[in-house]
Design a protein around this ligand. Sequence first.
Ligand code: NAI
Ligand code: MG
Length: 362
Amino acid sequence: ANKKLLILPGDGIGPEVMRQVRRVIDWMDRKRRVTFDVQEGLVGGIAIDHHGVPLSDETMADAMGVDAVLLGAVGGPKWDNVSFDKRPEAGLLRLRKELGLFANLRPAIVFDALVDASTLKPDIVRGLDLMIVRELTGGVYFGEPRGIEELPDGQRRGVNTQVYTTSEIHRVARVAFELARKRQNKLCSVEKANVMESGLLWRQEVTKLHQAEYADVELTHMYADNCAMQLIKNPKQFDVIVTDNLFGDMLSDEAAMMTGSLGMLPSASLGAPDESGRRRALYEPVHGSAPDIAGRDLANPIATLLSFAMMLRYSFDMNEDADLIEKAVQTVLNGGTRTSDIMAPGMARCSTSVMGDSIVRV
Ligand code: NAI
Ligand code: MG
């Protein structure tokens, strides 16, 4: 079957970095005889300008019909003063929600050539390659009841509720166990079972699933506050981390800072498997639309190229091709090619397109 792919470049630097992915896709077509069936669509501010909504029903239907979606970035000052449901971000939220993407994969990889760009000492992060799996659709960001209430004594009370069901825990833990098996076979499950009921349930259910189906994976449990410390102290102790929405939000941002630049960070969001075992999936760089550098051929395309590599790995089982892209990035960085965001003193600055060129040429 053809590999069906929907590309949504979005706003700001989105189209610029996505152009470099298109070049890699062309290269794969010519050199590796892999042909993708690529559709393109609008999301975010540009969709508002054309259709009046940040994601049209037609584009949503396209997203449901493909094997994987690759998104650039959305947003910008032009659309900052519209109501929330009409904002560019609402397009992204709709995609995540309707595709049912409950597992957010955030790798933190330190490339040798960028080890000095890390906020941590080189010895602590050299060779780091960890993966955080964050639960994305449940927990305290969505739990009911929620709201701000007026109390009889004139005070106000803000309420959020952390809720997890067994099935929500199992499905995200399953993604994490399966990832661990393809990596170093180590999983650390992170919660606060000591003070939270949802955390206690999380620990019990992950343990049950481990015993029933994934006993071959080395499983440990860690409290989230300790995990925040351990990430700084000795991040290389981790292979895969699985955690809830709130802790995952923070721990993945913490881990991101070990790798140097926003321009280097890919992500994947996965949903439930269909009859053939393929999961719905959205791949996107962690960074936003960077209006401050948009349109100037300055953006680093690597985060988006690495997101595409994740797509090859997790949606299409094309590990060899994913390796090729990741190795090409490594080679180009080792050769001293740098966009401005990852430039070290004394190095020449290259453009988005030159970075893309160099990577395709490896
Ligand atoms: P941002 O990630 O767009 O930019 C933060 C800083 O990092 C800027 O100085 C930018 O120039 C730099 N940067 C980001 N990506 C880069 C790259 N690939 N190469 C080189 N430098 C890069 O975040 P910011 O400024 O907070 O938000 C800008 C717009 O993007 C806003 O409208 C925001 O709502 C939106 N946004 C969208 C996201 C998405 O589409 N998933 C995520 C975050 C923000
Ligand atoms: Mg965050």
